[in-house]
Ligand binder design. Structure first.
Ligand SMILES: [Zn+2]
Ligand SMILES: [Zn+2]
Ligand SMILES: [Zn+2]
Ligand SMILES: [Zn+2]
Length: 243
């Protein structure tokens, strides 16, 4: 795609490439879907928005490949409009935010290749070089980082409205994440009863709320979970493996 056209595809507010539906203001300026939900008036001319969509631009958006925003830093990959944002969230040439931003307010951002070193220095108690682990804390906002298969995985646990949510995400795209599965096994103290649930690993480019709201993670009622406690600890094993 030419530079001029690429520029036209950028949202005037967030500067990201616009993904359909692309709405117009009454004077014909474009805005991306996410920014349209956040602003009342057109940021370019202060006019109101209409419900009219820029169908021509939407068709162009769907038919083109977009270069990664990190091409100055050496990423030469191109993606369709549906996949560009996801790639950029985990691109090895771009900066990513430390996962511990979510529960420890860590403000580190840097290259994906430096995250493990950062975690060693700053979150060593939560970094494990294993593919199978015991996850016994029954507390809200517990995060662990796992280094295995040459990749980094984030495990995050939340307890909300009497339910436990637990997801494992690869610091990578969803197509990379779909190469891994994770088995959650809860064992009761009697050594007989157990619950097993095997799910695909999710991508770190998806946020935890979206994953937990769509049921694509372990999700169990606290009443059920309590049956699998041993000395006040959750008897949960998480095992990562390739598909
Ligand atoms: Zn925007
Ligand atoms: Zn306008
Ligand atoms: Zn890239
Ligand atoms: Zn950090």
């Amino acid at each position: 795609m030419g530079e001029v056209l690429l520029k036209e595809m950028e949202c005037p507010v967030c500067m990201q490439y616009m993904v359909p539906p692309i709405k117009l203001c009454t004077n014909g300026h474009n805005i991306c879907r996410k920014c349209r939900e956040r602003v009342q008036l057109c940021p370019t001319c202060r006019a109101k928005f209409s419900e009219i969509r820029n169908v021509v631009l939407e068709n162009i958006a769907r038919s083109q490949n977009y270069p990664c925003a990190n091409r100055q830093s050496g990423c030469l990959e191109v993606f369709s409009i549906e996949h560009i944002a996801e790639h950029q969230a985990v691109c090895v040439c771009g900066k990513i935010k430390c996962p511990f931003k979510l529960n420890k307010n860590c403000s580190w951002d840097g290259f994906k290749s430096d995250l493990k070193e950062h975690a060693k220095a700053a979150h060593t108690a939560y970094l494990f070089e294993l593919s199978s682990f015991h996850s016994s804390l029954f507390e809200d906002r517990i995060m662990n980082l796992f280094s295995c298969f040459g990749e980094l995985f984030v495990q995050y646990k939340r307890i909300r409205d009497g339910r436990l949510y637990c997801a494992v995400q690869l610091i990578g795209t969803s197509s990379e994440a779909s190469k891994y599965k994770c088995a959650f096994t809860l064992r009761a103290a009697n050594g007989i009863e157990q619950i097993s649930n095997t799910l695909f690993v999710r991508s770190y480019s998806e946020d935890f709320e979206t994953i937990s709201n769509s049921g694509k993670c372990l999700c169990l009622d606290e009443a059920v979970i309590r049956h699998y406690f041993e000395e006040n600890k959750l008897n949960l094993t998480v095992t990562l493996s390739t598909v």
